[in-house]
Design a protein around this ligand. Sequence first.
Ligand SMILES: Nc1ncnc2c1ncn2[C@@H]1O[C@H](COP(=O)(O)OP(=O)(O)OP(=O)(O)O)[C@@H](O)[C@H]1O
Length: 518
Amino acid sequence: FAPRPVSTRCCKTRLPVFSSGNGDGARRKKKSLSDRTPQEAITLIQDILKAAIEAGPRAGPARTLQAYRAFATTTQEFLPKLLSQPSSVALPAVLRTLFERMGATYIKLGQFIASSPTLFPKEYVVEFQKCLDQTEPLPWSTIKEVIEKELGPISNTFSSIDQTPLASASIAQVHVATLKSTGEEVVIKVQKPRIDECLQADLGFLYVSARVLEFLQPDWERTSLSAVAGDIRQSMLEELDFEKEARNTIEFRRFLQDNQLLKQATAPRVFTELTTRKVMVMEKLNGVSLLDQDTISQVVQDPEMGTNTILTALNIWSMSVTSMPWFHADVHAGNLLLLEDGRVGFIDFGIVGRISEKVFRAVTELSAALVANDSKGMAQALCNMGATDKQVDIAKFSQDIDRVLKRLNGVETQVSVSAMADGSVTGRIDVDDTEITNLLLEIVEVTENNGLKLPREFGLLVKQSLYFDRYLKILAPNVDVMNDSRVMIGGKSRDSVSGEDGPINGERINGNQVVIDV
Ligand SMILES: Nc1ncnc2c1ncn2[C@@H]1O[C@H](COP(=O)(O)OP(=O)(O)OP(=O)(O)O)[C@@H](O)[C@H]1O
C-alpha cells in the first residue's frame, strides 16, 4: 500500500460554471434559491443529462441508456406539473428522484449534499437524506469475473463462496466466503465493474457538480465552489479505492490495539495480500447491526448489555476523533455491529472525515463550554471556528444556543416493547434520521443567523454526535449525558471541570464513562 499522491489538478480546473463569460455572474451571485424559475430547473436537468450522455463513450452504452431512461421517466413524472403549476412541485424531490435513477455518481453526489448541512439549504439536505443506496444485486457471474481478474482463479484462494450477496449498494457488493488456506470465514467486498470509469471518466461530472452547487447555493461568494467540487471529487475517489479503505481499517485496528481497546471493540482484520483497489477481503465479524430488531430483543432482556455496548461505541469513536488524524464519518446503525462475543464491531471505513487544527481547537473549547453549561463560551467557540466578516453579537448568539440545547434535551425517543406469547420480549426502535438532521440544522441555522459560516467538517462531526446521542437515549436511557457526573465531554468530566477529582485523559475509556466531542 504505497501512498499515492493525490492529484489536485481537477480542483484547479477552470469549470465552465465559474466562467464569467456569460456576463450574468454578478447578477447570479445576488440570487437566492427561492428565486429559481422552473425553466432554470429544467435547464439544470437537461445539463445533467447532457453531461451523462457525453460521458457515454467512456462509461459505456448502458450508462447512456440509463441516463436517457432516468431523464425520460423523471420528466414524464414532473414536467407537466412543473410547467402548469410550478408552485406545486417540490424541486428537491425532483432532483433526488433524478439522482437515484442516474446511478452511482449522482447517488454519491446526493449523499454528499445530505451530509453537508453547513453548505446546502435545509430542504435539500433533508430530501437527499432519502437518497437510497441500495441496488439490485449484480449476477454472481459478473462479480466472479471481477474477483478472478483481481485475485486470480477463485478455487486457488477460496474453498467456498456464498453466491447470494450479503449486501449490494451503488459501488460495492459483499459476499461471504471461506479461505482455502485456513478455513477462516471472510467477507469479500467487490467493486462493481466499470463503476470507477463511470465516476472518474464522467467528463462532465465536475461541471455538473458545480452546476448543481450553483443551483442550490446561488450565494456562492460565501462558499468556495471550486474547493467544494474538489472535496466531492476527492471523497468519491477515496471511496473507490479499497486499498485506502483497507489502510483506514488497519489504522483503526492499530488505534484500538495501542489503546488496549481490542477487548471492547474491533474492526475487521484485513487480508492485505488479497486486497486491491477493487476487491477487499477481510475477517467476517459475527454479529448483528446495533439497532437490528433481534438485537434489541436481547438488549431489552439484558439492559446492561445495551448500555455497555453503546457507551463503548461512543467512547471509542469520540476518542478516535481526538487522537487520530481522521474519524469514521459514516457510523450509521448498519456500520456498528454488536458481536456475538459482546464487543462492538466498526465496519466500512470508506468515508472518513478530517478536522483541521483550527476546528479541533474550537471543538475542544466548545466541549469545555458545554460541560460548564456556558452558552457564552459555546458562542465564542463557534465564533472561533466559523468564518465571518462582521461583528457577532455574543449575548444574542448565546441565548439562541440556550434554546437549541433545551430542545436537544427534550427529544423524544420512540421505543416500543411487546411481550410475545412464548414469554419472550421483542423491541422496536424507530430511528428518525430526519429529526437528527433537523436538530443539527437548528444548530447550523442559529449559527448562520448570527452571521457565521461553519466549516463542512464540523457538520460531519456534529451529525455523528447526534446519531450517538440518539443511540444513547435508546440503549442507555438512564445515562443523562448533559448532567451525569460519569459523563466526560471533550476528555473532562463535569466534576473535574467544577474542580472536583475526575478521571484523567488516559482513563477515559471505561464502561461507565461517556466522552462527547460535539
Ligand atoms: N467485515 C464484515 N463482517 C461482517 N459483515 C460485513 C463486513 N463488512 C461488511 N459487512 C456487511 O455488508 C454490508 C455492506 O458493507 P459496507 O458497509 O462495507 O458496504 P458499502 O457498500 O460501503 O455500504 P454503505 O456505504 O451503504 O454502508 C454491511 O452493512 C454489513 O452487513
